[in-house]
Design a protein around this ligand. Structure first.
Ligand SMILES: [Zn+2]
Length: 167
């Protein structure tokens, strides 16, 4: 693992980490965020309080790995950024992880779980999203209904029918 670059983001919470991930320039989900053990414990506590679920391991926010700093370089109340940390992701990637902040997309016609663009999900993502729906309340999960791949033919058929009517 590369040396972490330390950043200060104020109080380290699920929300402040989420905001950092969304706002930081050039930050991608191949980068890992390291926390001092004290901060990771606090984050785990916040998670349990908020979601009434055990703190998952590995823990991801917006598909970014949040790990305890193994190097001792990350000070309390700082976050350590490790760029392009694909190795950790492969090492810690367990198919069971769930992230309640992940948006779940469903086909509006049949309720099939689909990708953001309506295409089929890979098996792993499908399993993960099903778990999210099973484990978290509606208020914690965002479900968006879109036109799924499974019903692409619907609009074509309807269009065809309209054209036939017009003729
Ligand atoms: Zn469908």
């Amino acid at each position: 693992m590369n040396q972490p670059v330390l950043q200060f983001i104020g109080k380290i919470t699920i929300k402040s980490l989420r905001d950092y991930i969304l706002d930081a320039e050039h930050f991608t989900n191949r980068d890992t965020i390291l926390l001092h053990p004290v901060n990771l414990r606090e984050l785990a506590y916040e998670y349990r309080q908020t979601f009434q679920q055990p703190f998952p391991f590995p823990y991801l926010i917006l598909n970014v790995l949040i790990l305890e700093d193994p190097s001792g370089l990350v000070k309390v109340d700082r976050i350590g950024i490790v760029k392009e940390d694909v190795a950790s992701k492969q090492k810690y990637f367990i198919k069971d992880f769930v992230d309640p902040s992940e948006v779940v997309y469903k086909c509006g016609y049949c309720g099939n779980l689909v990708r953001e663009n309506g295409e089929p999900l890979d098996t792993l993502s499908h399993t993960r999203q099903r778990r999210i729906l099973e484990q978290f309340d509606d208020k914690d999960t965002t479900v968006k209904y879109i036109h799924g791949y499974c019903h692409r033919s619907v609009s074509e058929t309807e269009k065809g029918a309209e054209e036939m009517l017009r003729v």
